[in-house]
Design a binder for this molecule. Structure first.
Ligand code: HSE
Length: 437
């Protein structure tokens, strides 16, 4: 049967993995797709590298635009990344009637609306399984496997670099900066780690998942993002003593008047499955009204795991490219004319439990002053821990876990507590999610 022709833009780690797996499992993949899938053209600035990875029999160029306008190419895989050239190439490929497979979460989280609209008009597919959680088929699960459900919420460890850093900080009791250096030396963290440790990579992925889960447009600019910078090992230890672990979670939750979309370090119960996802592994917990909780676990990065997701999309596109566009799975799971206009709520309206750590003068009435402010803000206390002061020390740490409350009220209480004469310096505030309903 006639092969489907694929053009690959950018042959880095994931491109290499895609080649390896396509070749190794060629027979099985063909049996699934119904026809052979062949990468026939590769564009990369490094032609020597491209030759080494792609081998003979693949046409190479350093001009990616030549690939997207090649009439023999049916599917374009975009693995260049970023917003600028990648966006032009994807839009050009769509305009030329080509289907697109991409791992570019940043591009889709920011420019998804424009890209999906263009693809819709042109009747082509834009598939992006590899953009979220590497090899875990989370897009497939959310978009198809859970389509009976009203999805209530999802929460994911969707950045391996930060999960590795958090695991090391907990295991070895090391400060963030030391572990980051170690992660860079081992090649887990990029030389410029801002996108990962700043939480932006997770926010791109959370934005895409929220969109598919709730049928809302992609709105990266509305996602509240906090990364690991400033997180102290002492909080990991106190959390542990209270029965929690700290994970960088991407969270999307349906609320009555809108959707919460946020990325931040989060305390989760130490016994929960997701708390035990360690090192660079990823996991996404999705709660649907019919199915209840479901958990997806696997490698969120790497050549073959991400290549696995790219190829799954190639197989999907190969099976469906002759189908009437109306009979394909919509890009964002919901029919384009059925997208909801549920707003993404400002972070002040989010509802979460909290971990509050404060340094206080160890004197009568200190705790009473603090708890009064919480009570006045209708914030209920769930648990408390006070560090035993050292010999001769006249200050101590108090850690309070609250029940769920509206963020705005917590902000107000934190400001007032910081102004108390018995409180020294700033409070450390982290969010806590039990993830049980
Ligand atoms: N840099 C990401 C991570 C992988 O650390 O998980 C690609 O999104």
């Amino acid at each position: 049967m006639k092969p489907i022709n694929v053009g690959l833009l950018g042959i880095g780690t994931v491109g290499g993995g895609t080649f390896t797996v396509l070749k190794r499992n060629e027979e099985e993949i063909t049996r699934r797709a119904g026809r052979p899938i062949r990468i026939t053209r590769v564009a990369d600035r490094d032609l020597e590298l491209a030759r080494r990875v792609a081998g003979d029999g693949v046409a190479l160029t350093d001009d990616a635009f030549a690939v997207v306008s090649d009439p023999d190419i049916d599917i374009v895989i975009e693995l260049i990344g970023g917003y600028t050239v990648a966006k032009e190439l994807v839009l050009q490929a769509i305009d030329n009637g080509k289907h697109v497979v991409t791992a570019n979460k940043a591009l889709l989280a920011v420019h998804g609306t424009e890209i999906f609209e263009a693809a819709q008009k042109k009747g082509v597919m834009v598939a992006f399984e590899a953009a979220v959680a590497g090899g875990i088929p989370i897009i497939k699960a959310l978009r198809e496997g859970l389509s009976a459900n009203r999805i209530d919420w999802l929460a994911g460890i969707i950045n391996g670099t930060t999960n590795y850093i958090l695991s090391e900080m907990r295991d070895k009791g090391l400060p963030f900066a030391d572990v980051l250096k170690e992660a860079q030396a081992l090649g887990y963290a990029e030389a410029d780690p801002t996108t990962d440790i700043g939480g932006f990579d997770a926010a791109h992925k959370a934005t895409l998942m929220a969109s598919i889960a709730f049928g809302i447009p992609v709105q990266f600019d509305k996602c509240h993002v906090e990364g690991l910078v400033g997180l102290e090992s002492v909080d990991i230890r106190y959390a542990e003593r209270l029965g929690y672990r700290i994970k960088l979670l991407g969270i999307a939750r349906r609320r009555e008047h809108g959707v919460e979309l946020r990325v931040h370090p989060t305390l989760v119960p130490a016994k929960s499955l997701i708390a035990n996802v360690e090192g660079p592994m990823n996991a996404v917990l999705v709660h649907g009204d019919a199915v209840g909780p479901t958990l997806y676990y696997g490698q969120g990065a790497g050549a073959e795991p991400t290549g696995s997701a790219v190829i799954a999309d190639l197989v999907d596109v190969t099976r469906l490219h002759t189908a009437d566009p109306e009979h394909r799975v919509p890009h964002l799971a919901f029919q384009p004319d059925q997208m909801a206009d549920q707003p993404v709520l400002p972070i002040e309206e989010a509802e979460t439990a909290c971990y509050l750590r404060m340094r206080v003068a160890d004197q009568p009435g200190a705790l009473a002053d603090i708890t009064r402010i919480l009570a006045d803000n209708q914030i209920s206390i769930d648990a408390m821990l006070q560090r035993e002061p050292d010999e001769g020390e006249d200050q101590t740490d108090i850690i309070i876990l609250t029940h769920r409350s509206i963020e705005g009220r917590i902000n107000d209480a934190v400001l007032k507590i910081e102004q108390l004469p018995v409180v020294v310096g700033k409070l450390t505030r982290l969010r806590l999610e039990d993830l049980d309903k």
